[in-house]
Design a protein around this ligand. Structure first.
Ligand SMILES: Nc1ncnc2c1ncn2[C@@H]1O[C@H](COP(=O)(O)OP(=O)(O)O)[C@@H](O)[C@H]1O
Ligand SMILES: [Mg+2]
Length: 435
């Protein structure tokens, strides 16, 4: 293997049907291109919007491929000179059928990467292009909701894509593993999918990093790369804390690996120590973080992804630009967030709990929610009560193949009854798997 092919390219869907999820977006795209083909475009351009790695560029190419269009890609520097745009508008009629294509689709990928200040007139040129082009135009953007793109948005039909859920991502990963002849544990795939935050590109890259060249991939293989992510988060936060300007702080959110769900606890846990010397800085940073959390709640509740940029800006620039910012060391001392540590520590007992519920569900012919609502409290009561009931529970559980120890852990009452240690005590014997 001389040069490895990135799996994100190797497995990039060529057809719309291979693009997982995004059904609404596909339909909107097809409707739109059909309207062009009928000679009456609804809108001359569409703008595919959504966070990184969810299939924006892929959809554009898949549509073109499937419908027999040639893709002509434009980028910021084309716009800067303006020349190429004129070429595209001017010369477009002659080409096209040359290679048997039905026509062209003009793709402007990541228009929001356009630096409106530097590329003066760039936006105007794109808008002109949209108004005059005889070819359908597809644009993509992570963040088209910035006010400076309003005019552009008005020219186009905005199609919002959604981050993929864990199951969708696992489906994609599983398909790749099968193709590569790799046996990958479900738990390993799940872990990768979980930590991708809906970004398929990140998930596939992670998978390639741990799986390429292997026959078998286990969960432990993945845990190792998870640590690499943690390292990234140190760098991200360091950059944010040192940022002097708004865009400098916000820029981390454009990193392909930026994971905002993970970022939040990191920021929250580290602000107090980094800004310990300035009450103003501390109060501003925490205010902004809490506001970002309010926005997050709203996004999740209403699926209002257009609010996402505000949330991201609040949690990055919002902690970088604060009053009386204390002087920072060259490398700020950052610590691993308690919440994630706790989640990792409780992962085992949460898994035990899920497994127990599932088993009881089958044995008792009840639903999972019935089991966790009615039976689990009962078990907890029995486990904590007098010797007789506890022995009864122990016997019942042994029939099902559970040791009392694992039942207690599943019930979250670990440590009870162990030589003098108070429940929830600070010192706990180190357990395998905790970091
Ligand atoms: N919905 C999807 N279904 C299948 N694969 C996907 C999907 N979204 C992304 N991918 C994979 O992730 C990679 C990155 O997707 P891409 O379309 O470039 O993302 P972006 O939204 O950032 O443009 C693709 O090469 C493809 O392999
Ligand atoms: Mg893209």
């Amino acid at each position: 293997m001389s040069r490895r092919i990135p799996w994100v390219e190797k497995y990039r869907p060529r057809k719309l049907s291979e693009v997982v999820n995004q059904d609404e977006a596909k339909k909107a795209l097809l409707d739109w291109i059909n309207s062009w083909e009928k000679g009456k475009p609804n809108r001359r351009a569409v703008l595919l919007a959504g966070p990184p790695g969810i299939g924006k560029t892929t959809l554009a190419y898949a549509l073109a491929n499937e419908k027999g269009y040639e893709v002509l890609e434009l980028n910021a520097s084309d716009v800067r000179t303006g020349e190429r745009i004129r070429q595209v508008i001017g010369g477009s009629m002659k080409m096209g059928s040359l290679f048997g294509f039905r026509g062209r689709i003009i793709l402007f990928d990541e228009v929001d990467g356009l630096n409106v200040r530097e590329d003066k007139g760039g936006l105007a040129a794109i808008i002109e292009l949209i108004r005059e082009s005889t070819w359908p135009i597809i644009m993509t953007a992570n963040n088209p909701w910035d006010p400076k793109f309003r005019e552009l948005r008005d020219e186009a039909e905005v199609i919002q894509l959604k981050p993929l859920n864990e199951d969708d991502i696992m489906t994609i990963l599983r398909r790749i593993c099968n193709n590569e002849g790799i046996k990958c544990e479900e738990d390993a795939l799940k872990l990768i999918a979980e930590s991708s935050g809906g970004d398929v590109r990140a998930a596939i890259n992670d998978l390639q990093a741990v799986a390429e060249g292997k026959k078998v991939v286990t969960k432990d293989d993945v845990t190792v790369t998870e640590r690499a992510h943690q390292f990234d988060m140190f760098k991200v936060l360091d950059k944010v804390f040192h940022a002097r300007r708004f865009d400098e702080a916000r820029s981390v959110t454009f990193l392909p690996s930026f994971d905002w769900e993970n970022y939040y606890p990191w920021a929250l846990d580290n602000v107090p120590s980094v800004y310990a010397k300035s009450v103003d800085a501390l109060s501003d940073a925490l205010d902004n973080l809490s506001l970002s959390d309010v926005v997050r709640g709203r996004i999740v509740k209403t699926q209002g992804w257009e609010l996402m940029p505000y949330m991201l800006e609040l949690m990055t620039a919002g902690i970088a630009l604060v009053r009386n910012k204390p002087p920072l060391a060259r490398f700020v001392r950052l610590s691993f967030p308690e919440r994630i540590r706790l989640m990792a520590r409780t992962r085992e007992s949460r898994q035990l709990r899920d497994a127990l519920i599932n088993r009881l569900r089958i044995e008792l012919h009840a639903s999972s929610s019935e089991v966790s609502l009615y039976y689990m409290p009962l078990l907890r009561l029995m486990a904590g009560s007098d010797l007789f009931k506890k022995k009864l529970l122990e016997r019942l559980m042994r029939v099902l193949g559970y040791s009392m120890d694992s039942v207690e852990r599943a019930l979250g009452i670990e440590g009870v009854g162990e030589g003098g240690e108070a429940g929830g005590g600070a010192e706990r014997k180190p357990k395998k798997g905790s970091r």
